[in-house]
Design a protein around this ligand. Structure first.
Ligand code: MF3
Ligand code: CO
Ligand code: CO
Length: 286
């Protein structure tokens, strides 16, 4: 079921997907650009010797200095602004005092609230130079996200997005994490519908103009199983294989998709800047 996001029904309904209007797109554009600017800010800061806590401090101060709100700080008890997920950490790594080492690869995920709208995005970064297999995994993960976004348009289904991602990733003999997925968002951080990154063509809800959600595939070099550490947050691969993730917040338009969280500085792929010059048509047009 779909409802206009501004209606009273949307505030009551639980199993509905909100459809947003032009003002809402403007709100998401501002929030998405804010979040992307945080990730841009961190690009030159990631290097061996830096702690993820220091990166978190930079991000938090930048966000507060602009009058924005860090959505993760205090969210369900989460203690930090960023999620920093290093090497075999799949997602929700908590920034801490351990300095990055040469060759560490990490996902940095941030969600910024601007005027009530949530911009949620993540990219992969490298401290120094990454091992070849890590570079390959990160390239595959970015391409998987791009293919998922390219499958998103009115009339397509949530399953089409998952199918595009899963078939590509598995053809590279990597695996798609099942325990975490993309999500609707807007004035709510995690809203209907779940965007599972594995699926079958034609299955799931039909995409309609005005839907807002994230596409955020987590891809493992080994098997897709994850476990959660004692801290209650940190998700790691069960087989301790490397994991990577990229995330954009997007909106379905009349004829395609708008990416709210594109990097204003063009730093779309910090792990491999040369990839940024081969943006998919969907990205290049936005
Ligand atoms: N930004 C994450 C996402 O993509 C959510 C992190 S929730 C937190 O949905 F509490 F762990 F920060
Ligand atoms: Co996120
Ligand atoms: Co998200």
């Amino acid at each position: 079921m779909y409802v206009q996001a501004s209606s009273a029904a949307a505030r009551r309904a639980e199993n509905t997907i909100k459809l947003h209007g032009p003002d809402d797109f403007a709100g998401m554009r501002a929030a998405g650009q804010a979040a992307a600017r945080v990730l841009d800010l961190l690009v030159p800061e990631v290097k061996p010797g830096v702690t993820t806590e220091a990166l978190d401090d930079l991000a938090r101060e930048f966000i507060f200095d602009h009058g924005w709100i860090p959505a993760c700080l205090g969210y369900k008890g989460y203690p930090k602004t960023l999620c920093t997920s290093i090497n075999h950490v799949v997602c929700h790594g908590i920034p801490g005092p351990r300095p990055l080492r040469e060759g560490d690869v990490l996902n940095i995920d941030v969600t910024v609230i601007v005027d009530g709208w949530h911009g949620d995005t993540s990219r992969m970064y490298v401290a120094g130079e990454a091992p070849r297999k890590a570079m390959r995994l990160m390239d595959i993960t970015w391409e998987a996200m791009q293919r998922g976004i390219a499958a998103a348009r009115p009339g397509a289904t949530v399953g089409d997005i998952g199918h595009a991602i899963q078939t590509y990733v598995e053809a590279q003999r990597c695996s798609v994490v099942r325990d975490f997925c993309g999500h609707g968002l807007g004035q709510v951080f995690h809203d209907n519908h779940n965007i599972v990154h594995a699926g079958r063509r034609g299955e799931g809800p039909v995409l309609k103009p005005g839907m807002f959600f994230t596409i955020e595939p987590m891809v493992n070099l080994g098997k897709f199983g994850v476990s959660i550490l004692q801290d209650g947050w940190t998700a790691v691969t069960k087989d301790r294989s490397l994991s990577a993730q990229y995330e954009h917040s997007v909106g379905i338009t009349e004829d395609g998709v708008e990416m709210f969280t594109l990097s204003p500085a063009g730093l779309h792929t910090p792990h491999n800047p040369s990839l940024s010059s081969s943006l998919a048509p969907a990205a290049a047009a936005a």
